[in-house]
Ligand binder design. Structure first.
Ligand code: 28F
Length: 642
């Protein structure tokens, strides 16, 4: 019969647990799978604390068929006598928040991740909880339901010779998003705890899968290091250092470190405080790292493996190393960084680990010279490799820079005046046309950069590499506004960048490549309408009247019109390429702002080129030319040169 009369203390109790059910996230972080497993850690941590304090050497964890959990230890048994409030201590421990703070000063309560919210929170979030205390020759049991409502007074089930505590609980499915336990999650955590506490035997039994495993390690974290180095070809059996560092006359910090170097290049450092993992490290890890670096440098200098002015870099020394750093700190000194308790903040922990590791690692290296020298040599190789890679990168950067500069001085015909507001850069296909353009141009404001068209086109299959070739690097340098994320329109040296190519297949290739390049790496240049296509004439018509007259046509229609209107014999020439025009003709037809025709490229054209480039770079030249004629909007440049 559920007790339904509440005296004032039970009201207070109810409010406590009621608040946990209302705001579970405040107590266990979340109500997803992570929070579900926190319930297990809370109860198991109580057994672990009992074991750490010397009571009980075995913990049995069972995942029952219905996903309820049973944890049994062989400690002293949770007290079940009369509490000063007149209630049974058992009832108090499982229904009062933080009543479970088992040990006052001195003991190392597992700071269960969230600082030991205690078993009462688990009770509050469980459909039911049954607690048995094997103590004083009797089995004392209390039951709770629906978040900690007591359904029975503490009753004596019978006699027993053993001692210990057993807690069974079933998480409340109305609170947790999932109530299915994950075997591996529980296994990993229990195995970790077994590694951290020598000779503690932990048994995991999954009734759902009829699977049972047990963990017990006589050599504790040395075996942990070996386990973590599995498959990494360890070079030696783990080095083990331990000590107690006095912080004040009342408080000290226990330090345990296991260290193992491997062939495989991977750095693994796991760290713990009071047997709970500190995933973000903290002062104990900092102390470990600085002690390791110092010990190796002292050794290397003492053994003349490195010159006095050379120091080994800590990360190079740790490049192929497994380490487990475990410290135990009493509540008084315990502090964390940030909210998650994942990073230890206790300053004394750095000193404690530094002292203990520093002293003992020094001896270890002297006693293992061959290993020590090997690690020093590896660290030096690492440092050298990094230095060489840096130099290579620097050389490559300089090369690109020098090459671009050299190319520019060789290739670019610069303007005679610097004026970003009117200067134009002609990107000309081929050296011959480039030559004519250099001759024909107005050097005050027109610069010429010939692009070796062939090079760009040999990258037919892979536009990407074509866009990265040396010609492009030269162009980037000439435009002077960098490219990609670093592109800065304000630094652009030219008001117009004009692509001048033959009106043939190769010309079309280059136009598409350059449009794509500008779209991908200098988009603001396109958006600002600075990219143009030069339109060389398709035909030259020589009228042989009284005096010879030369006209040009940019389309078949224009050609026909000129021929029709000619009152004299005419000679028609189809231009195959820019190279067929001399400098003066090139100037007159394609470069003179008074008479030339430029096509301003819109961002859509460039975008279209970019997403068509793989197609357009194929061999279907008709398709390419067609695409250009239909896509690059022939908005003829307004004669803006007043
Ligand atoms: C399955 C989970 O919870 N084991 C526990 C003990 C033993 C004592 C204890 C626990 C309240 C405030 C002290 C016994 N005898 N396993 C467990 N084993 N709690 S929980 O005491 C809780 C008291 O401080 C215990 C003498 N001292 C302590």
């Amino acid at each position: 019969m559920a007790k339904n009369t509440y005296d004032d203390s039970s009201i207070q109790v109810l409010e406590g647990l009621e608040h946990v059910r209302k705001r579970p996230g405040m107590y266990i972080g979340s109500t997803d799978e992570r929070g579900l497993h926190h319930l297990v850690w809370e109860i198991v941590d109580n057994s672990i604390d009992e074991a750490i304090n010397g009571y009980g050497r075995e913990i049995d964890v069972t995942i029952n068929e219905d996903n309820s959990i049973t944890v049994l230890d062989n400690g002293r048994g949770v007290p079940c006598g009369q509490h000063k409030t007149g209630k049974n201590t058992m009832e108090i421990i499982y229904t009062q928040l933080n009543a479970g703070g088992k040990f006052g000063e001195g003991g190392y309560k597992t700071s269960g991740g969230l600082h030991g919210v205690g078993a009462s929170v688990v009770n509050a979030l469980s459909k039911y909880m049954i607690v048995k205390s094997y103590r004083e020759g009797k089995i004392h049991q209390i039951k709770f339901e629906n978040g900690g409502m007591e359904v029975s007074k503490v009753e004596i089930l019978g006699d027993t010779k053993r001692t210990g505590t057993e807690v069974t609980f079933k998480p409340d499915s109305s609170i947790f998003t999932t109530t299915v336990y994950n075997y591996d999650t529980i296994k990993t955590r229990l195995r970790e705890s077994a590694f951290l506490i020598k000779d503690l035997k932990i048994v995991l039994n999954d009734k759902r899968k009829k699977k049972q495993e047990e963990f017990c390690y006589h050599d504790g974290i040395s075996e942990f290091a070996d386990f973590l180095s599995e498959g990494k070809k360890p070079l030696h059996k783990p080095a083990y250092f331990e000590g107690i560092y006095p912080v004040t006359e009342k408080h000290s910090i226990e330090v345990e470190v296991a260290l193992q170097f491997t062939e495989t290049y991977s750095e693994t450092i796991l760290s713990f405080v009071n047997n709970v993992k500190t995933g973000d490290g903290g002062t104990h890890v900092t102390g470990f790292k600085s002690a390791l670096t110092k010990a190796f440098n002292d050794y290397a200098h003492k053994m003349n493996l490195i010159k006095a002015n050379v120091t080994l870099d800590g990360s190079d020394l740790r490049t192929a190393m497994t380490a487990v750093v475990s410290v135990r700190i009493g509540e008084a000194l315990l502090e964390f960084e940030g909210q998650t308790k994942g990073k230890l903040g206790t300053p004394a922990a750095k000193t404690a680990v530094e002292n203990i590791v520093g002293e003992k690692l020094g001896y270890f290296l002297m006693e293992n010279k061959e290993l020590a020298e090997g690690i020093v040599a590896k660290a030096l190789r690492e440092a050298q490799g990094r230095e060489e890679a840096r130099k290579a990168r620097e050389r490559a950067r300089m090369d690109r820079h020098e090459k671009a500069e050299r190319n520019i001085s060789e290739k670019l015909a610069p303007t005679s005046e610097k004026n970003k507001e009117i200067n134009e850069l002609y990107l000309v296909e081929g050296d011959s046309a480039g030559g004519s353009a250099k001759q024909g141009r107005d050097r005050k404001f027109q610069a010429i950069l010939p692009l070796r068209g062939k090079v760009l086109n040999t990258e037919k299959a892979n536009a990407e590499s074509a866009l990265k070739n040396e010609e492009i690097a030269t162009m980037i340098y000439t435009i002077g506004a960098d490219y990609g994320v670093n592109f800065d329109l304000k630094k652009c040296n030219y008001k117009k960048v004009i692509i001048m190519t033959d009106a043939d297949d190769d010309g079309a290739h280059i136009q598409v490549l350059l449009l794509t390049f500008f779209f991908r790496y200098m988009r603001p240049l396109v958006e600002d309408g600075r990219i143009y296509l030069a339109l060389p004439p398709l035909y030259k018509i020589t009228k042989r009247g009284k005096k010879e007259e030369i006209l040009y046509a940019w389309s078949n229609e224009e050609r026909d019109k000129i021929l029709k209107e000619a009152k004299c014999p005419t000679i028609l020439q189809r231009y195959k390429g820019l190279g067929e025009m001399n400098a003066e003709q090139l100037w007159d037809t394609t470069m003179n702002p008074e008479t030339r025709t430029l096509v301003q490229v819109s961002i859509d054209d460039a975008a279209e080129a970019e997403n068509q480039i793989e197609v357009l770079m194929g061999n279907d030249s008709a398709r390419r030319r067609d695409w250009l004629e239909n896509h690059v909007s022939f908005t003829l440049e307004e004669e803006d040169n007043d």
